[in-house]
Structure formats: C-alpha cells, structure tokens
Design a protein around this ligand. Structure first.
Ligand SMILES: *Cc1c(COP(=O)(O)O)cnc(C)c1O
Ligand SMILES: [Zn+2]
Length: 401
C-alpha cells in the first residue's frame, strides 16, 4: 500500500497515475508506504537470498517482476588501501557485479516491472551510458521496445555496445546529457512512453536496496555511506530507504550520506559547501568520469536533504585523483571499476587527508560500475602488451631472466 507524494508541497497521487513530477508545483515525487501496515520481520528478510527482491515488502511491484537476479553484490573490506589511508574499516560495495555491470539494474528491475504493471507498452531514457545499457537489458527481458538518447561521442564504449546488442533504439544527440534528458521527457509525456530516468520515483525504489544490503552485509549501520553523484538519484534513494528502515525500527541511526562529484561537474558540492538553498547548474560539465558528467542533477532537492539531514558532506575530486584511485582499486584490491565509481573512494581519500572524517568510522563506498564499461579509458592509462617473437630467449629477455 503506497501513494506517490510531492516532496515539496505534499500533494498526493494514486500509484496508478503516469506522472513524474508534481502537477501542482513541479517538484519531485516520492513513493510513500503505509509503514504501519508492513508486517515483515528482519528474520524473514534474512531467510531470502541477498538481492533487490529480498526487500519486496518495501517495493511498489505487485506483479511477477522482470528480474535477472540483480543486487546481492559483494561488500569488500579494502584492507590494503584502508591501511594506506589509515582507515581500518573501509569497504567497497561493488555494484559493477550486477547483471549489466552497474547499480542501474536495481532501478531497472523495479522500473521496467512498474512499466508492465502500469500497462505501458514501451520505455525510454536519456543516459550517460549505464542507464541505457540497463534499460536495454530489462526491456529485452520484458519483451518491450526501448528508446535511449545518448550525448553523441560522450558515452563509454562498453555501455553503447550493451545498448545496441540488447536491442534498444539508440539515438545520439549532438548536445550534452542535460539536453538529452529534457528532450526525452517531452517525448515520453507527449507519446505515452514510460520514462525511466531517475526522476521516475519507482526506479529509485529499486536503488534504495544498496543501503539495505550494506547494512545486512556489514551487520550494522555504517557510519558513512559514500556515493559518486551525477543526477543524485542514487544517494537520494539510499537515504530514503534507510529512513524507512529506521521508521520500521530495523535500524536505530542513519549513516552520514556523502556525495562525491568530479571537479569539472560539481553543482551539488557547491550547494553543500556554500550552504545554498538550491543547486546552480554547471553549463558545461566535463570529466573523464562520463557517468557523472551531469551539470543539472534532477534529484538535487532530494540529495541536499539526504546529506544535510544525516550530517554528511559533499566533496569533489579531480580527474587525476579519480584515475589514480581507479588504478589503486584495480592493482591493490583486485577491484575493477569505471572512473565514476572510483570517485567515491577518491573522495574519501581526500576527506581523510583533509582531516574531515574520523579514522575509526565504518565507511562503505559504493563503487557503481564495472571496469569493462569504459575500456578506452583503461587502455589509455596502461602500457601496451609487450609483443615478442615466439621464442624462449625473447620471453626470458623481456622478463629480465
Ligand atoms: C548513474 C551512475 C552514477 C551516478 O548516479 P546518480 O544517481 O545519477 O547520481 C555514478 N556512477 C555510475 C557508474 C553510474 O552509472
Ligand atoms: Zn508539489
């Protein structure tokens, strides 16, 4: 049992209504459950496999879901990196281990299921890459058509490959993500296509399970949860979910929600650090971390609440810091992530070096997407393979043996 409600004016809408923002004031919507009516116990949840659907009582889907077994991703203790940084309780939740290689699958299993539940016949999104890959995968599983709009030339190779291979109609817009999103919103509203960007409140419901799993895997509430921020949907979703657990009495406190952006694309950081009431967009966002190359985060209003209500913070990291952390995670921990994902851990490195966080904190960094999403950025950072003649002598020689 739930309603859609506006986070600004409180207007309520029936769950069956196809609506993405408040009709009265234009602000964001959220899914409000009647938590008093939810009778599931923590024990019941623990008996189910770790996955998005373990938590189905707190999800809006009532039909058989469109699922590829998303969630249940590993939580790794970063022993080596943690030691270097002087953080004994540093963890990474590897969302690259989802079916399409990013956390977007958590949102899409719920979002595409809702499209079917609501009787919609086709789905669409604008994307910096991973949303389109994930939407293509889940639309294929559901057997419905998908349209994806990408900023031309700014999407990592692996993500375009996935969107194409899984059969979405892939359209490259000669402008940035923010413009592509405005276009696809209009398209969906005018032509009855279901919009699955993170402005869609149902999609975010799936993504909140990152927080649920983190608590279950750690066996307690982390002191800090760190996420890279693009459209700011994920950090908002995780906060919302944990608030629900708190209301249900399953947890007794919330982690400090911490958002990390790239230096060339940091409107949320400016708002937090400058204590602004709202986010002032970046006209020309630029960063190697294409997944967070977003100048006008649509979920900023929710994210500002998440960070402020939990005593969290926001910080930015340079492209060099992002790439250095991508290499460190790969080479010191065996964890392969795309650049945007490394931003969360790079942000923690920066915050701890600035003395902004307590070294005893239990910190979960969400690493959001897999290394293979963006092979070109990987290849550029690594020396090429050493090519030799097929002789033992040549082999020994390059190994200096
Ligand atoms: C989508 C995405 C993000 C940003 O998430 P938001 O919800 O837009 O803030 C970060 N990293 C990766 C890999 C992503 O795909
Ligand atoms: Zn409203």
């Amino acid at each position: 049992m739930y309603r859609l409600s506006c986070i600004h004016c409180g207007a309520e809408y029936a769950p069956g209504e196809i609506i993405y923002t408040c009709k009265k004031c234009g602000h964001l919507l959220t899914v409000n459950y009647d938590l008093d009516a939810i009778s599931v116990t923590k024990k019941e949840w623990e008996q189910r496999p770790l996955s998005v659907w373990r938590y189905r009582e707190l999800l809006p889907v009532t039909i058989k879901p469109v699922t590829l077994q998303e969630g249940g991703t590993p939580l790794y203790h970063l022993e080596r990196l943690g030691k270097e940084l002087g953080l004994p309780h540093l963890y990474a939740k590897h969302e690259g281990m989802n079916p399409s290689g990013s956390f977007k699958d958590r949102g899409m299993t719920v979002g595409v299921s809702m499209a079917i539940q609501l009787g919609m016949k086709s789905v669409a999104c604008a994307s910096t890459g991973n949303t389109s890959a994930s939407l293509a995968v889940y639309a294929a599983k559901a057997g419905i058509p998908a349209v994806v709009l990408l900023p031309a030339g700014k999407v990592a190779l692996g993500k375009v490959a996935q969107a194409l291979m899984h059969g979405a109609k892939v359209i490259a817009i000669r402008d940035n993500f923010d413009v592509a999103l405005a276009l696809v919103r209009e398209l969906c509203i005018k032509h009855g296509i279901y919009l699955l960007n993170s402005i869609n409140p149902y999609r975010l419901e799936g993504q909140k399970t990152i927080g649920f799993e983190s608590v279950d895997q750690l066996g307690e509430v982390p002191d800090r949860l760190v996420l890279p921020v693009g459209n700011a949907g994920n950090i908002s979703a995780v906060y919302k979910g944990l608030k629900e657990l708190e209301t249900l009495g399953f947890i007794d406190r919330l982690p400090k929600m911490t958002g990390i952006q790239a230096a060339g694309s940091q409107p949320l950081v400016r708002a937090i650090q400058g204590n602004l009431g709202e986010v002032v967009p970046d006209e020309h966002p630029e960063t190697v971390a294409t997944a967070i190359r977003i100048g006008a985060p649509v979920n900023a209003e929710k994210a500002l609440i998440a960070i402020r209500a939990t005593g969290g913070t926001a910080a930015s990291v340079t492209d060099e810091e992002i790439l250095a952390m991508q290499r460190a995670l790969a080479q010191k921990e065996g964890i392969g992530v795309e650049p945007a994902s490394a931003a969360s851990v790079a942000g923690i490195k920066k915050l701890v070096e600035e003395g902004a966080i307590d070294r005893d904190e239990k910190i979960v960094c969400v690493v959001t997407g897999h290394l293979l999403k963006d092979p070109e950025t990987v290849i550029k950072q690594c020396p090429p393979p050493i090519e030799i003649d097929a002789t033992e002598q040549a082999l020994l020689s390059v190994l200096h043996l």
